[in-house]
Design a protein around this ligand. Structure first.
Ligand code: CO
Length: 139
């Protein structure tokens, strides 16, 4: 079994501040990490739940995948991040199982992770992100 944890569920939102405020009011949830990933055109806020995260994500520009998703499907669940020990190993296993990668190879994600996305059409309608956590560099 290559999956070690549900790393995160990603929710596409239009107004990140409003979504954070809603989760705070409803659940007492606090943001534990916030990051703009310029390359992907997203800003995300992570809320920790046990050893997983809820990732609230907004688009930072009109050609962002999050912007296109909200345009097509509205706000809501966007993808599931599955945590793995070795992203390349899981990537190869998914390709061998017939899944179509969106990323040509594992690449840097937020929080210093290594990630790779797979197309929903080859994984029963779910956009899958493989997430490998890496040791935090010493400060
Ligand atoms: Co993600």
């Amino acid at each position: 079994m290559l999956l070690t944890e549900i790393d995160h569920i990603a929710v596409a939102v239009k107004d990140l501040e409003a979504a954070i405020a809603h989760y705070r009011q409803a659940f007492g949830a606090e943001v534990c990490h916030r990051e703009v990933v310029e390359k992907d055109g997203v800003e995300e806020a992570l809320l920790k739940v046990a050893d997983s995260y809820i990732q609230l994500t907004r688009a930072t520009r009109p050609d962002s995948p999050i912007a296109r998703s909200i345009e097509k499907r509205g706000e809501g669940l966007h993808h599931v991040g599955y945590r793995v020990a070795d992203c390349q190993q899981a990537y190869d296993a998914m390709v061998a199982a017939g899944a179509t990668p969106i990323d040509p190879a594992p690449r840097p994600g937020s929080r210093g992770t290594t990630v790779a996305f797979f197309h929903p059409k080859t994984s029963f309608g779910t956009l899958i992100e493989l997430v490998q956590e890496n040791p935090t560099p010493a400060h």
